[in-house]
Ligand binder design. Structure first.
Ligand SMILES: [Zn+2]
Ligand SMILES: [Zn+2]
Length: 210
């Protein structure tokens, strides 16, 4: 028996909001020129086209504008912040914008992350990677939010950064923990020493990381 994936047909409809059917505050949230700046901990500054500045607290469902404070309404500023979060323009509460340490692209990471990596550059637990130095295949256990020069190597009086085989790698890189297939013992590597694509042998491991 074959399993054919049935893709449900999408309904014939516009994906943009039907402005005519929205409440007035929602229309203003979509159409007025506003700038939103994340302040951290779920708070956002909203600058309006009148140059007023209000602070929206998304987790507490609050805004400092009169519409919310006096009338208790779900004002256009709160709606605007929610729209921008949903569309990926600004980080959701608990996240912050940062440049990925590996590829430089802007990404959203948990607020307390010290060493940001984008989704693509993060090796997933269970993923097979290859060691550039030896060509060995390894299995990712997880990425540690600590620099190579902060992580000590058990039984050797060294850090991941100062280990002789890691001297060519940036001591500020995040450490990735791996195991050898069939073993439970964890080993720590600088992230860029590991590659996703198999090396073809001719380039001696000098291909780009990503
Ligand atoms: Zn408001
Ligand atoms: Zn990246």
């Amino acid at each position: 028996m074959t399993h054919t994936r049935n893709t449900p047909a999408s309904r014939k409809e516009s994906l943009a909001p039907d402005i005519g059917s929205l409440p007035a505050r929602a229309v203003r949230a979509w159409t007025e020129r506003m700038a939103v700046t994340p302040l951290g901990e779920g708070r956002y500054a909203v600058e309006t086209h009148h140059d007023a500045r209000y602070v929206v607290d998304l987790p507490r469902s609050r805004c400092s504008c009169p519409d919310h404070r006096l009338r208790g309404e779900r004002c256009k500023h709160r709606r605007r912040v929610a729209i921008e979060v949903t569309r990926g323009r600004i980080p959701a509460p608990g996240l912050r914008a940062a440049d990925c340490l590996a590829c430089g692209r802007e990404t959203f990471v948990p607020e307390n992350t010290r060493l940001p990596l984008c989704e693509y550059c993060t090796y997933r637990p269970g993923e097979r990677v290859r060691d550039r130095e030896t060509g060995d295949y390894l299995v990712v256990a997880g990425t540690v939010d600590r620099r190579a020069d902060e992580v000590g190597i058990e039984s050797l009086d060294t850090t991941v950064a100062t280990h002789p085989t890691n001297r060519a790698y940036d001591p500020g890189e995040p450490v990735v923990e791996v195991t050898y297939p069939g073993s439970d013992r964890h080993y720590s590597f600088p992230r860029s020493r590991l590659v996703r694509r198999p090396l073809d042998g001719r380039d001696g491991g000098s291909t780009a990381t990503v």
